[in-house]
Write a protein that binds this ligand. Sequence first.
Ligand SMILES: C[S@@+](CC[C@H](N)C(=O)[O-])C[C@H]1O[C@@H](n2cnc3c(N)ncnc32)[C@H](O)[C@@H]1O
Length: 284
Amino acid sequence: MKENRPSATAQRVAMQRAAHQLLDDPKVFDDPVALRIIGKESASALQANPRQYETTKLSPYLRAFVAARSRHAEDELALGVRRGVRQYVILGAGLDTFAYRNPYPGGVLHVFEVDHPATQTWKQARLDEIGITPTGDLTFAPVDFETQTLADGLRGAGYDPGKCTFFSWLGVTEYLTTEAVMATLRFIASAPKGSGIVFDYMISPSLLTPAQRTRFDALARRVGSAGEPWQAFFDPELLTKDLRAMSFGSVEDIGPDEINARYFKDRKDGLRVGSLSHVMKAQV
Ligand SMILES: C[S@@+](CC[C@H](N)C(=O)[O-])C[C@H]1O[C@@H](n2cnc3c(N)ncnc32)[C@H](O)[C@@H]1O
């Protein structure tokens, strides 16, 4: 990320979720706050022309993936709450809206939004501007994953390391170094039994076909020119092994075929995810 500047990609993916609410039927991820969180001007512009962010042929694939990863994370969170999860840590939260429609108020689920300090300050100003407030317990924990540990960032925020916790990490790992990603995963592996994480990651370019590589290069140029270059990529098999070695008891990697089978089956509009990213679920 550009020094001391809020993440530009956070606004972009939030716009994808907002566009999903307007364009796609049925919705894979139903988010009643998605349109408001992008800000008044962007919301009006999007309502006037919902396809305005469909700038390339790849846009619907990206919108589908952004919707599917949030759906998967929140489905897993709901299962987690049933088995005793009492803290939800949203890593690199950007304009994630869970805390503002949290259906578990009254001390059942404490939400922690962890993000780069510059993005978090910008989000708080946005929330004030549009008058959105949390519906349950929420604490902000500013952390730069490259220079601080998640443990340090959460310690001052009232996070209880003894409680069963679910983490999501959506659209973030590719912007970090491999070392920063692995250090954070090791911390999560040390959480109490029943804790878990859902995160997405980019496939190593060396594993892509030439056609996939062309799409990868086009997207990489776009995020690079926004000042947030991709840095970390993974081989699904090796990542699965590494997570098992960290003592995650159950590890499930979901690739594009499985995501499409689960969330985009039998659609009339043909909406589906592309093939550059996977979603990983790991449970302690
Ligand atoms: C593409 S956005 C995703 C936001 C959100 N998870 C979502 O899906 O809408 C990337 C997020 O990663 C965060 N991020 C990038 N580098 C970071 C770092 N070094 N430390 C903390 N957060 C970082 C950005 O602030 C931003 O919120």
